[in-house]
Each structure stands twice: as structure tokens, then as C-alpha cells.
Design a protein around this ligand. Structure first.
Ligand code: NAP
Length: 325
């Protein structure tokens, strides 16, 4: 699989990143089992087979079990650590953590510091390649975050920093305090969640359909060299065969077009859906959510194709349900 150099880093990451939210069993299961350890081993085997070297975690995924099962299998394969890149996220706290607390966000230095120690412990790793702040904390303080980032970098615990689900102004605000450039912004982007594309054509249109918060995000990231990572890049299978009983008309039409293009090119439908993101000149890195070997291989076929401008717009128009202005 092709690699991309993440700007302002020494990281050559696979074009497709592997998301780890599906590891470690159910979110409310008390612990992972042998089944999940086997799943994890197979996941790493397939990653190697398809040439994917970049893994996306978060401290909350399956309430810490995703990182723990990953760490357990990494201990069996110690030589792997130098061949892969580990990214994780912190800043979201579920309700009742601790008992009686509300669901909330926390970008305080104390919480970030403790979260990183927890992540490294669960992953059985001595450092993270990238730490992302998961969802904006309204009560954040730029200087405080810059201080703890500096401390984590100096301690060798985190090499680079980034954000997730942040708009352009939030990135600008935070960057103002940081010693180093933000390296990543991870956002939901797919054919059915296409605000990042819609915003590019909706200016000066009536009725105004500006997608909330997307103004300038893509341009800011391209200008500053912030890698855009797409979460839910397959729209959780809505265009590639997941339960289609309740699909909207535009979704049905797009799924048909995806299937037709896949047939013409001799690739999987997943490859077409991902190729739509990969064709964007910002160099978007999809973060896959499947952990199944067969679907991972189907996704990897995206690496070998490039959509034409005509194909890209045909998919865009089908998914938005109305023609471009
Ligand atoms: N930063 C954030 O706020 C944020 C939020 C959410 C996720 N993420 C990251 O992004 C990654 C990907 O997110 P995602 O899981 O939503 O992405 P996704 O790749 O769009 O969806 C993957 C999910 O859809 C299912 N799926 C795909 N095709 C299917 C089909 N044809 N039929 C039935 N099910 C199908 C997969 O099931 P199978 O496992 O059975 O293949 C899997 O559960 C996560 O792992 C995580 O790392 C980040």
C-alpha cells in the first residue's frame, strides 16, 4: 500500500489507517475474551498483508479494552512496534466516570497527562506517535494544553500532537499556543457526510446550505500541512451492503452507482467509496473501522485506483441528491 509522509513529521503512514474502535468486544462487556485476542492477532496479520502500518485508537474505545487487547498482542510481537505507528485520543469522559459525573470533555493538563499514562499502560507501549484531542472541550485553555504537550514531548511519551472534530477557528486558537504544528485533524468524512465538499460549492447560493462549521477547514489544513483523517469513511457500510431497508433515495441511487463503478473497474464497492475520499487533493487519510480480514482486503483495493473528475462528481451529485449549482 502507498505511503504518505504526514507533514511536519517523520511518519510515512499507509494511505489507509486502521481504526481500532471495533476491538476488545462490546463497549459494555466487562472484559475481552480469547475470541477478541484471536480477532486482534488476525487484524495485525491482515494489516501486515495489506501493508497498513498506522493504527488509530482512543482511550474510550470499548472502554479501554481495545487498547488493552492491542497491547496484549503487541507484547507477543515486540519487534512490531518499530514498524507501525500508534495514534490515540483523549478528552472524552463518559457519564459516571467517576460515579455520578456527567458525560463531558476534559482538556485540562491533569486529565491529558493521566490519559496518556493510561493509554501507554494499556497499549504496553513507551510512546505514542500521535496524540489527538478527541472532541473540543468548551472549557479549554490554550496555554495549559501547550504546557502539557511540551511536558509529554520532553518525557518522550508523545512525539506529535493533533486534534479531532475541530473547526478551523479552534485549530487556529490552539495552534497559537503550541511550539509545534498540529499534525492531524480527524473528522467524519464520507459520501453521505460530505459537508467538507458541500462547503466548497455552497457559497453565494440560495437557499444557503452552509454545512455547520466546515468553513475554511479544508483550506486551513491544506495551507498549514495538517493531515485530514476521515472517520467513518465507509459510512458504516450504508453504500456497500449494510442493511439497506431504510435507505433514503439518494443513498440507494449512490449505492447503485458505487456498485456499477466497482464492476467496471473490477474492484470492491468499498474501494470506490474510499477512492472518493482519496481522490481529494488534500490527501485525506481514511481511518477504516472494520477489523474483518475480508473487508480490510476489499478496502485495500482502493489503493490501486484513481477516480476521474467525472466519476468523483457523479458520486458527489448522487449522494447530495441534487445537481451542483
Ligand atoms: N474521532 C472521532 O470522533 C471518531 C469517531 C468514530 C470513529 N473514529 C475512528 O474511525 C474509525 C472508523 O469508524 P467507523 O467504524 O465508524 O468507520 P466505517 O469504516 O465507516 O464503518 C465500519 C463499520 O461499519 C461496518 N460495515 C462496513 N461495511 C459493512 C457492510 N457492507 N455490511 C455491514 N456492516 C458493514 C463494519 O462492520 P464489520 O466490522 O463487520 O466489518 C464496522 O462496524 C474507528 O475505528 C475509529 O478509529 C473516530
Amino acid at each position: 500500500m502507498k505511503k504518505i509522509r504526514i507533514p511536519n513529521t517523520d511518519i510515512d503512514a499507509s494511505r489507509l489507517a486502521l481504526g481500532c474502535m471495533g476491538l476488545g468486544g462490546g463497549w459494555n462487556d466487562p472484559d475481552y475474551t480469547d475470541v477478541h485476542v484471536k480477532q486482534m492477532r488476525a487484524f495485525l496479520d491482515t494489516a501486515e498483508e495489506i501493508g497498513a502500518n498506522f493504527f488509530d485508537h482512543a482511550d474510550i474505545y470499548t472502554k479501554g479494552k481495545a487498547e488493552r487487547v492491542f497491547g496484549q498482542v503487541m507484547k507477543e510481537r515486540p519487534s512490531l512496534r518499530d514498524k507501525i505507528f500508534l495514534q490515540s485520543k483523549c478528552g472524552i469522559l463518559f457519564a459516571d466516570d467517576p460515579q455520578g459525573s456527567p458525560h463531558r470533555f476534559d482538556f485540562s493538563a491533569d486529565h491529558i497527562r493521566k490519559s496518556v499514562d493510561g493509554i501507554l499502560g494499556r497499549l504496553c507501549a513507551d510512546h505514542l506517535d500521535i496524540l489527538l484531542l478527541h472532541r473540543p472541550d468548551i472549557l479549554w485553555e490554550g496555554e495549559e494544553i501547550a504546557g502539557v504537550f511540551r511536558e509529554l514531548k520532553k518525557a518522550g511519551k508523545v512525539r506529535y500532537f493533533g486534534v479531532s472534530n475541530q473547526n478551523r477557528f479552534q485549530m487556529e486558537y490552539l495552534q497559537n499556543f503550541l511550539d509545534d504544528p498540529l499534525t492531524v485533524n480527524q473528522l467524519e468524512m464520507n459520501l453521505l457526510h460530505q459537508g467538507f465538499a458541500e462547503v466548497g460549492i455552497s457559497f453565494n447560493q440560495y437557499p444557503a446550505v452552509y454545512p455547520n462549521g466546515w468553513e475554511g477547514v479544508i483550506e486551513y489544513c491544506r495551507l498549514k500541512g495538517v493531515l485530514l483523517q476521515a472517520w467513518s469513511p465507509l459510512a458504516r457500510g450504508a453504500l456497500t451492503g449494510a442493511d439497506s431497508g431504510k435507505l433514503y433515495r439518494n443513498v440507494r441511487k449512490t449505492a447503485i452507482l458505487v456498485k456499477k463503478m466497482a464492476k467496471e473497474k473490477g474492484v470492491s464497492s468499498e474501494a470506490i467509496v474510499l477512492a472518493w475520499l482519496l481522490r481529494h487533493p488534500a490527501g485525506i487519510q481514511p481511518v477504516l473501522g472494520t477489523t474483518r480480514s475480508e473487508r480490510l482486503k476489499a478496502c485495500a483495493q482502493a489503493d490501486g485506483i484513481e477516480l476521474s473528475r467525472e466519476e468523483w462528481y457523479a458520486l458527489f451529485v448522487a449522494a447530495r441528491g441534487v445537481d451542483v449549482p
